[in-house]
Design a protein around this ligand. Sequence first.
Ligand SMILES: Nc1nc2c(ncn2[C@@H]2O[C@H](COP(=O)(O)OP(=O)(O)OP(=O)(O)O)[C@@H](O)[C@H]2O)c(=O)[nH]1
Ligand SMILES: [Mg+2]
Length: 458
Amino acid sequence: MEDTISAVATALGEGAVGIIRISGPRSLEIADKIFITPKGRLLGSYGSRHMVYGNIKDIKENIVDEVLGVFMPGPHSYTGEDVVEIQCHGGIQSLQTILRLTFAMGARPAEPGEFTKRAFLNGRMDLAQAEAVMNIIKARSQEALKLALRQQKGQLSDEIRHIRGELKDVIVHLEAIIDYPEEDIEELTFKEVQDCIFIGLNAVNNLLAKAHTGKIMREGLLTAIVGRPNVGKSSLLNCLLKEERAIVSEVPGTTRDVIQEQMLIEGVPLILTDTAGIHKTEDFVESIGVEKTKAILADAELAIVVLDGSEQLRMEDKEILSSIEGREHVIIVNKGDLPCLVDMKALEAKFGPQNILTLSVKTAQGVEEFVQWLKNFVYGAEGSVEKGVFVQNARHEQLLLATKKSLKDALHATEKQIPYDCIVIDLRNAIDNLGAITGETVQDEIINEIFARFCLGK
Ligand SMILES: Nc1nc2c(ncn2[C@@H]2O[C@H](COP(=O)(O)OP(=O)(O)OP(=O)(O)O)[C@@H](O)[C@H]2O)c(=O)[nH]1
Ligand SMILES: [Mg+2]
């Protein structure tokens, strides 16, 4: 890693301040060629970690911008290398001119995520921590930010290392028995091996149980509000959004197109989709809406089925209810301000009382309970994101699933009392997959792929 890289670290556009970051062995040398204080001193002459006022000059010694510069020597910098940051005026011209000067003096353009990649390669952070940097930048809510910060501090990595360490111990022991059969090594019984694997499997399962929360925090929960016409779907969307987004009217078939809005409910990012009421219709435009609704429902991670509590269930309601069987759902019996004509007992018997809520959009009665239901759905037993380790990246989830499979295979092998060699192979797969999360056992291509998804200058 001999070369020195440079990029604009701040968002492009007009801003008060823009930052150019240079990292690598020639950082200071490059800075000293373009930065000069009014008294003619160079940045390097101020030592490390001093914010120094000065000017950037071009090759012809013309002043290009008035800036602040700071030198952060490795290894205690973000990348672990010598880093210089220049704070200039946050305009595109200023930033691009200074950036080009750094290139002219010997830096090369950084690739997306290359600073953080160097931090990882220099051991400043492991892979899961490096990935958390992007989660921090992309966090959509305070809760998502908290989770990302905890991952960046190494909470997930510590847990993974712990599980991995325990499994490694079992492997080492089993291998000793395999390699030195004549030695007097204390024999691990199949039962003991089983117990150790079981503990590992449990820990992996615990992490996986919370991957669902992490994914929602990262991407938002894709929900579809569905129901037959006129039950109050658009009213519910407006009520949750606290604005009159969708047209509400007493005419059935008011909503014809899909309306999608993003919102936060107590920190839960929701992608809320209001849809056209599902029913058989001769109206061409409306029938397109109904088809779209079905497609949205198929993709949704949560179906919010709205029923009109003031009327008995119709055929259409029943069809919609049967279409959500086997998928995540909540049933809202709306218009709770009117006498209830829906057979709640039959509904509860079929769908379980925990996923059925009575609500009135009109009076807002039951809305709080619905929000609570959503929070339970997202946070599960944890109740919030305040405590616990949450898996936030799809990559980590996939690796944990692979680990789970290997551990299950290993467990199976112990049950059948298959020779230790085979168990060791499964356990090795498990620890390799765990190691790929923290980056200890991961191929270069995957590392490149991960950092390529980062933003430029990070
Ligand atoms: N009494 C009462 N009326 C409600 C309630 N919620 C909605 N409504 C009324 O029900 C009618 C239909 O509401 P919408 O929100 O347009 O219903 P929708 O399900 O979106 O209907 P489509 O778009 O036609 O599929 C409107 O007249 C609303 O004012 C409620 O909680 N109580
Ligand atoms: Mg509507």
